[in-house]
Each structure stands twice: as C-alpha cells, then as structure tokens.
Design a protein around this ligand. Structure first.
Ligand SMILES: [Zn+2]
Length: 296
C-alpha cells in the first residue's frame, strides 16, 4: 500500500472455489493479481472475493479486482454493498478524512457491477467448494459494515480490523477506532462474538496470523478500553482534540515495543501508518460527542 510492503494482507483460500479475502487498495490490485498468478490462480479461476469491510485499505481494489476476475462474486456486508456499486459517497467521505493524501494512500475505488455483488446479513456463508464454507459474522464497532469470516475446515477467523492492528515483528497490538462508526460497547461485543466462535487462529488484515487466540482477543479488548479511558481523561482535563491526540499517544507509548527507544524506526513508521493515533482518538472523540449530546 502506497509503496509500503506489509500494510494490508490479502488472503487466498485455495480449493475448488478459490476465494480472495481483502483486495487491498486500488493501486495494489496489480500486485494482488501477480501474487495470485504465482499461486496458479488465473483470471477465470477466482470464485469469490470477500471484504471484511469497505474501508479503502481493505476494499479499495474491489472494482479493479472484479474486472480482472470476471467470474468472481463480490461478497460484502449489506451495509457496504451499495457503496461498492456506487462508491461516490464513500470516496467523498474518505477525501474528507484524508484530504490530498487520499490519492497517494489509496487511489480510487472503481464501481463493482451491482449484479455481481452478494450482500451478507448478520450471518452468511460463502461456498468454498467440497463442503467447505466461509461463514460470516457481523462484527460492527470499528465500522458498521464489518464482518468476521471463519473457515469451516481450518477454523481460521479473518478478523479484519475488529481486533485492532497486530505487528508480527514485535507482537504489539493497538486498537483501530477511527471515525465515524467507532462504538466501544459494540466493538467489545464483536470481540466476544469472535471468542465464542472458538477459532484456531486469528488472521489480521494488518498483519498476519496469530495462534494465541484467547490472549490476543483479551488484549484487543484491553487496548480499546485503555484508549477510551485516556481519551476521556483528556476531555475531562478540557483539552482540545489536537492536545488529546498528543497526550493519548504519549501516555500509551510504553505499551508498544515497536515504538520503544530500541525499535526499528522503519517498523515504527509502518505501525503508525497502520494505526494512526490521531484517527484512533478522533474516532473515540466523535463517539463520546454523540454519547454526551442530550437527546430530545
Ligand atoms: Zn484497515
């Protein structure tokens, strides 16, 4: 993504009905196509493309990938489906958040033909062939169009961004709580739903597999709680958003080895790119604004 390796993972599930989980950005689509070709998956072979949610680092390449693989169905939660068919509102919203950096980071999401989109409800299922399924479970909190996907054969659970961002090199985990949908209770409920599925591994979109499932999901919940608590403290102290971001960042710094004094600066920069503290605090801030707005 944006010239960096190891930002967003896409996963190929091999079998008689090959399935791609996450497309990455539009600019990454040729990279994904080359990787699939190297694995023996040609233009006519891919049966399904599924995205955990429609943020551009996960789904920005969906239109391009759909064009490259004309036989593939495109699977997404029902709350994201219309945005893949007509990305104009999604792109305008992303531009409002990212400004001029949007083109460099993500590129343009091309529309997916509506008749190729399969919309998932709160639970759904993708046929992987030979009796194997990829079952989807609605998991809002990070985004209101987010699903987790569990492989009936392997027990692998594709967690998208619902469990935060994981750095394999250091084992760090930081939450992903961006605007405009973040909601603490909803996010924690999704993590409990994941734990109840008893997955064998967690496959993070950022980045890679984790086998220590229970401890990692507990850490995901703890991370959300810590960031919400620190943001609440900044608000209680009367800080504005910019000062809150700086304060929360510095008061959580010691939690992450990747940001420590001995860490690799390139790795630290990649971590900050994947889970920017500004976006996290903005998301929590906006949710607290809504909570504290009197109703009626
Ligand atoms: Zn993401």
């Amino acid at each position: 993504m944006a010239g960096y390796a190891g930002i967003t993972a896409g996963y190929l599930i091999r079998g008689s009905r090959p399935c791609l989980v996450e497309t990455g950005t539009a600019a990454s689509a040729p990279v994904v196509r080359a990787a699939l070709a190297a694995l023996g998956v040609g233009a006519a072979d891919l049966a399904t493309v599924v995205v955990t949610h429609i943020h551009l680092d996960h789904a920005g390449g969906t239109g391009d990938i759909a064009a490259m693989y004309p036989g593939a169905e495109v699977v997404v939660h029902v709350k994201g489906a219309r945005h893949l068919a007509d990305p104009s509102r999604l792109m305008a919203g992303a531009r409002a958040v990212y400004g001029s950096a949007l083109d460099r980071l993500f590129g343009e999401l091309a529309p997916v033909p509506a008749d190729r989109i399969v919309a998932l409800d709160d639970v759904g299922s993708i046929d992987l062939g030979d009796g194997r399924r990829l079952d989807s479970h609605y998991s809002p909190g990070h985004a209101k169009h987010h699903v987790g996907l569990i492989d009936s054969a392997s027990g692998d659970l594709y967690v998208g961004d619902a469990a935060g961002v994981y750095i394999p090199e250091t084992g760090d985990l930081r939450p992903a709580t961006p605007p405009p949908d973040f909601d603490q209770e909803t996010a924690l409920a999704s993590l409990r739903r994941f734990a109840a599925l008893r997955p064998s591994r967690l496959l993070f979109s950022h980045y890679g597999p984790v086998t220590d499932v229970d401890a990692t999901l507990a850490r995901s919940a703890e991370e959300i709680d810590v960031w919400v608590s620190r943001t609440r403290e900044a608000r209680a102290a009367g800080m504005d958003l910019d000062h809150a971001v700086a304060m929360v960042r510095s008061r959580t710094l010691s939690r992450y080895a990747v940001l420590g004094p001995d860490a690799d600066p390139a790795l630290a920069a990649r971590f900050e790119r994947m889970t920017g503290p500004a976006l996290n605090v903005q998301g929590i801030w906006g949710w607290l604004d809504k909570l504290e707005t009197p109703v009626g």
